[in-house]
Design a protein around this ligand. Sequence first.
Ligand code: AMP
Ligand code: MG
Length: 488
Amino acid sequence: MPHSSIRQGYATLPSSFYTRTQPTPVARPELIALNTALAAELGLDAAWLAGPQGLAMLAGNQIPQGMDPLATVYAGHQFGHFSPQLGDGRALLLGEVEDRNGHLREIALKGSGPTAYSRSGDGRAALGPVLREYLLSESMAALGIPTTRALAAVATGERVYRETPLPGAIVARVARSHIRVGTFQFFAARQDRHALRALADFAIARLYPQAVQDAQPYVALLQAVVAAQAALVAQWMLVGFIHGVMNTDNMAISGETIDYGPCAFMDTYNPATVFSFIDKRGRYAYTNQPTIALWNLTRFAEALLPLLAEEDGQAISLAQQALGAFHPHFHAAYFAGMRAKLGLVGEDEGDETLFKTLLDHMEAEKMDMTNTFRALSHEEALRGPGLPAGLPASTSPWLARWRARVAQQGSADYAARASAMQQVNPCYIPRNHKVEAMIQAAVKQHDYTPFREMLSVLATPYVEQPGMEGYTAPPTPDEVVPYTYCGT
Ligand code: AMP
Ligand code: MG
């Protein structure tokens, strides 16, 4: 691949970690989208990627020399039930490149055909979910939230059969690492301590090299993953993101948001919000995400136990200590984020109540989460005494308390404080009804204009863009799209 040397890091692990697999060629590949900014970040030649050889690679039709694609194996708790063997059923790791910051980044294809781990699946992806993943992962990146990225989307020119025949597509996904909690669980369940150690050493070298210096590197790895996940989920909560399938095989050790399936952002603030059609009991509801993250991290810690200490009791106590840091990390990140969203400087013991009162009020009044915080991010809103546009009159008592707290600490330059708030309170999120409309246009009319426009608006989510007001509007009652699907 021109301009960046491909490496095979994961392939240096023992062969029990993966199955070498070639993608299955597709009929008529067509480039839907190429992320030229990301290509540049990765040192890849965008013109080459968009050309015949690049397209052949992105479609899985011809893999360049030096790449040896592989499907990785993992296990995972899906909705709380353990599956001892899952794996990349429709994805292939092509290799790794060193990015501009000197970090290795893995490039994978999703939807590239069956693998040894496909079970009854066809190894393919439908266009709708591919566009959702592309748009939502790029939106998360633009919001500043750790995530896998989308390098390209390719239409295959073939149909995939779900409930109905649908156009097929492939997304090229980039991640610092695709290692999941479930990857550790796979080897732990087999009591393969040798493989577990190799995996932990690989993860440390790749993602948390400072852990090597620690007297107990595997404890340090666990601590680092706990901290990364706590910070990640705090960021999700601050923007109203709902992952939708937080199974342990969909949680990356790197702390990147991974596996965009039935995910969505909530409009009206309601902690019980669930989008995923299959999540009947709301296990992965918005408000449960921190608890589930800790549940998943507990499974990670269990998998690591044999490496933490020779003696079981000591290993368990080290694991418990590391897991005990989740809540403090989460709360520190979440409260710092809320203070920034509300333009608060310093800390006050009344802050948590101030946050909770606002959220309860937003829930009771069925207020739009994104627009509420954005409405507060203006000099006049900070200064008062009026009611910011779009907020119900019943917000006034809370506004008075908030303004008193704003005035208590920090500079009197409210213009500067409002502008700082606008850097953390997005104007644009990928609203689910807009995402669905974008998908319908692509699937039914072969029209990618909404996809392109939305991608461009979401690339600078903190900047108001004239003419793009439609993307800030919550859905009208008949526009609401209450469910999302895995699309698998
Ligand atoms: P998910 O929860 O969507 O991440 O998927 C769970 C497992 O199912 C993973 O191991 C996937 O690789 C596999 N899978 C999902 N869709 C397909 C498909 N169409 N063909 C084969 N495997 C699939
Ligand atoms: Mg998955």
